[in-house]
Every structure is written in C-alpha cells, then in structure tokens.
Ligand binder design. Structure first.
Ligand code: GAR
Length: 194
C-alpha cells in the first residue's frame, strides 16, 4: 500500500509539528511530507528544516489561491492535513477537497472557548476568567465554521485554584503532545482514500 502523506499547517513554535514529525519518522504507512507556514519567523520552520521536511511559506493570498494550493499539495502527494496552531482561516475549496481528511487541534474543550481570535494564551485566560473547573484539548475534523467540525477526541485536565494562563497552557500542551500523534495515525489509517 502507498504511504500516506500528511501536511502540517502551522503558524507558531511547532512543538506539535515536532511531535508529529518524530512520531512518523520511521512509520511504515504514514509520513509527514510537508509543513505549510504563513509566517517566515515561526519556529516551526526550523523544526521542519532540522528534520528535512519541506516547508512552504505562504501568505493569505496564496492560501486563497485554489490553483496554487492544489498544485502545492499535489506536488507533495498530500493525503491528509493536520492544523497544528494554524492561525489563518482555511478556504472552502480546501475544506471540500479534504473533507474528513483535515483535522485541527484546539487547546480547550470545544464548544467552550473556540471561534475567531481564540488561540494562544487568550484561550487559557478565558478558561480562568470563566472559572472553569477543567480544561483540555479537542481534536476535530475541520469544516467551514471555525472550531465547529465533528469532535473526534477530547482529553481533560483540572484547572487548579490560582493557576496562571501560562501554567495552564503548558499543561494543555502536554496533553496535545501526548495525544495528537496517535490520533493522527488512527484517523489517517481509518480514512478511505479514493
Ligand atoms: C497549540 O497549543 C494549538 O492547540 C493552538 O496553537 C498551539 C500551537 O503550538 N491552536 C489554537 O489555538 C487554534 N485555535 P505549537 O506551534 O507549539 O504546536
């Protein structure tokens, strides 16, 4: 069977991208074939380069360009997309082309603390401000509405009294690093590719 290639779309430090790249390094059926990033200063670029994963740096205009994105993903034979801290809105043509073949990781228990502008520390600060007793991560398929695609997995952790947003972020990221690679593997392997 042909190896399935994942593209990771990321805008930030790339700690999740690193876990995915390491997890699939010697995998027999799945490989990370491309990192797509919209910021030339993002840490994820070094992560990818250090592991010999090709990087494509794009901007909003290129992301919205059907011809460009379709050719790019075809060039690297991409079967599945993982959004790991990608801050641009994915255009409808990509969502359609990767229906049930694109997942996102969100650092909270959706439907709480999702939607536009909800990323980074803002998410964890809102969890604290709203006095949630627990938080966690959500892995979900991507559809046209921000953070509203079908949820496939959630993991939880308690919010301690007086916990800072930074501390919460660290705890939640540990959950992400633990679960995202295995869930990506599971979802890629159960996907029917035509
Ligand atoms: C992750 O915590 C991810 O859940 C979050 O961005 C971070 C990226 O970190 N995504 C969102 O907030 C999406 N709304 P990383 O670059 O170190 O993987």
């Amino acid at each position: 069977m042909k190896k399935r290639n994942i593209a990771i779309f990321a805008s930030g430090n790339g700690t999740n991208a690193l876990r995915l790249i390491e997890y699939f390094k010697n995998h027999r059926e799945v490989a990370v074939g491309l990192v797509v990033c919209n910021s030339n200063k993002a840490g994820v670029i070094d992560v990818a380069r250090q592991h010999n994963v090709p990087v494509s740096i794009i901007n909003k205009t290129l992301l919205a360009n059907n011809g460009f994105m379709t050719s790019l993903l075809k060039l690297y034979d991409i079967d599945f997309i993982v959004l790991a801290g990608f801050l641009l809105l994915v255009p409808p043509f990509l969502i359609k082309a990767f229906d049930r073949k694109m997942i996102n990781i969100h650092p909270a228990l959706l439907p709480r603390h999702g939607g536009k502008g909800m990323f980074g520390l803002a998410v964890h600060q809102q969890v604290i401000d709203e006095k949630d007793a627990e938080t966690g991560i959500t892995i979900h398929y991507v559809n046209e509405v921000y953070d509203q695609g079908k949820v496939v997995f959630q993991a939880r952790c308690p919010v301690e009294k007086k916990e800072s947003a930074e501390k919460l972020q660290k705890k939640v990221q540990e959950l992400e690093h633990k679960h995202l690679p295995e869930w990506t593997e599971k979802l890629v392997l159960q996907t029917r590719f035509l």
